[in-house]
Design a protein around this ligand. Structure first.
Ligand code: CS2
Length: 498
């Protein structure tokens, strides 16, 4: 299905012709900007933008969002053509609901106009910055927490050229804010990383030091006193939009929306309440404000995201296109349930009142939603950046308690087979990962022998901490699973395990 490019577009002009139930709660332009958001992908549009629009509609406040696309000019162009309007379709088997969201007050393109973003960071009206920039933007060594500055970031921090990296952009903006005396601000990471706020703070602290200038000490002091980095747990399944997404939106709206996104109905946001210059009343939109998001982050990363990655790697190897289709592999749901109850639930203390097996069952129900066509390949990408917090932390905590991480080792083995690039039927699998070259180099001399593959990939220090790589029991488990997967494929391995 494709939309007719000549049909009328979603815009302020066409808003009044929309079905009543599809109209935005806020009109863009009516609410001045107070939030700057970096990363204008589908997830932001279906998550923070929805919460913020609801919060403005229910509790008021000048909290319109200026959305910044770091790279994609297409997103910026499409949204600009639509007066920053876009729709979110909630999809469940039972119903399809499409509503236009009016939270965006403006859009910018960082790659071609970084100065505009720096100026916004120095604007006193902007009091909250939210980020969805994916795991790989947080360039910290997992073992030491030290900044891993590549040439691009070093150039951003030590020269006057327009910044190209996210930390470079933020440092430049914070400097400008300090110089302009534009007041305190909260920087809110909405990426799927544990202690994402602390990570962001550590990253910026070190980046500010690297960019040292004459007033470095005062700048560091200003940063300490005026900038908060609350941690958050974000949750909503939002697959990349497809021509089908746009066609559904067009038929629900009666106009074409090239920035449409579709998502599951479920959404959750847990936010540490540390905002020195105020914030949207997100609690009125259902967000949970807390003083420690840590247990929620662990719950979600290890259960939802860990199991998601497991379904993605095993599903892709078995030739399944979507997560829901992957759950149809015989025995996979049983194995995922054992991963949840025998490994994940034993690895940490959940938030008060939450039982991990029940939360896990709810997650499996969400994954089984057949109308959310979330591609296994999409969830599988950037595995080197995702594996630590989704699976390896579970393994480390189980080991510390003297337990055997049987099912988590299967997920590691599935990733190791996935990165070798062939599905069980021989079809090619893409390796979309910032460490792709390193992974290929490590694999080259192994000839695909499971013990050699495991030894070679355990050598990637960015992914596997030294204690884990040296743990023979874990290594033997992973080799055992990888041998089974390589010899017999996913279906037989699962049938033998369940
Ligand atoms: C997924 C997440 O793509 C992925 O790696 O696991 O994007 C997942 O859909 C979200 O975290 C759900 O909140």
């Amino acid at each position: 299905m494709a939309v007719n490019p000549d049909a009328p577009r979603l815009s302020r002009k066409t808003l009044d012709g929309l079905p009543e139930r599809a109209r935005p709660l806020v009109r863009p332009g009516d609410v001045p900007a107070g939030v700057l958001h970096l990363g204008l992908g589908a997830f932001h549009r279906a998550h923070q933008a929805v919460y913020t629009e609801l919060a403005i509609a229910r509790a008021g406040g000048d909290w319109g969002i200026v959305g910044v696309a770091p790279r994609s000019m297409q997103t910026v162009r499409q949204l600009a053509e639509q007066d920053c309007l876009f729709s979110v379709t909630s999809l469940s088997g039972a119903e399809t609901r499409t509503r236009v969201v009016g939270a965006l007050a403006g859009v910018r393109h960082a790659a071609s106009d970084p100065a505009a973003v720096v100026a916004l960071l120095a604007d006193p009206a902007i009091r909250v910055v939210t980020l969805t920039v994916t795991e790989k933007a947080y360039q910290l060594d997992p073992a030491t927490g030290r900044l891993r500055a590549d040439d691009e970031l070093v150039a951003d921090l030590t020269t006057d050229r327009p910044p190209r990296t996210i930390p470079g952009l933020l440092v430049r903006g914070l400097r400008a804010r300090y110089a302009a005396d534009a007041g305190p601000i909260a920087l809110v990471s909405c990426d799927n990383l544990p202690s994402n706020g602390q990570r962001l703070r550590r990253l910026l602290d070190q980046a500010l030091q690297l960019s040292a200038s004459a007033d470095a000490t005062r700048l560091a002091e200003w940063f300490r006193r005026n900038v908060s980095c609350p941690s958050t747990m974000v949750d909503r399944i939002v697959p990349a939009s497809t021509p089908d997404t746009l066609a559904t939106a067009a038929s629900e709206l009666g106009v074409v929306d090239l920035a449409a996104v579709a998502a599951e109905p479920y959404r959750q946001w847990v936010i540490e309440d540390r905002f020195p210059a105020g914030r949207p009343a997100w609690e009125t939109a259902g967000a949970v404000l807390t003083d420690d998001a840590g247990p929620w982050e662990r719950l979600k990363l290890r259960t939802l995201n860990g199991v998601h990655s497991a379904a993605a790697y095993l599903g892709a190897l078995a030739g399944r296109q979507t997560i829901a289709e992957a759950l149809g592999i015989p025995h996979l749901t049983d194995v995922l349930r054992r991963l949840i109850t025998e490994d994940v639930a034993e690895s940490f203390t959940p938030p008060a009142g939450v039982r991990v097996p029940e939360y896990g069952d709810e997650v499996l129900g969400r994954f089984a939603n057949p109308v959310i066509r979330h591609r296994t390949i999409q969830v599988a990408m950037d595995g080197s950046q995702k594996l630590p917090q989704r699976v390896l932390h579970t393994i480390a905590d189980l080991r510390a308690a003297g337990r055997r991480p049987r099912w988590s080792a299967l997920v590691v083995a599935a990733w190791m087979r996935f990165v070798q690039g062939r599905a069980d039927d021989g079809a090619e699998l893409p390796l979309d990962d910032p460490l792709a070259d390193r992974i290929r180099q490590a694999l080259a001399p192994t000839g695909g022998a499971p013990d050699k593959v495991v030894a070679a990939l355990f050598g990637l220090a960015e992914v596997f901490p030294p204690e884990l790589a040296a743990d023979e029991e874990v290594r033997d488990l992973v080799v055992e699973w990888l041998t089974a997967l390589s010899r017999h494929g996913v279906a037989t391995t699962l049938a033998g395990a369940a």
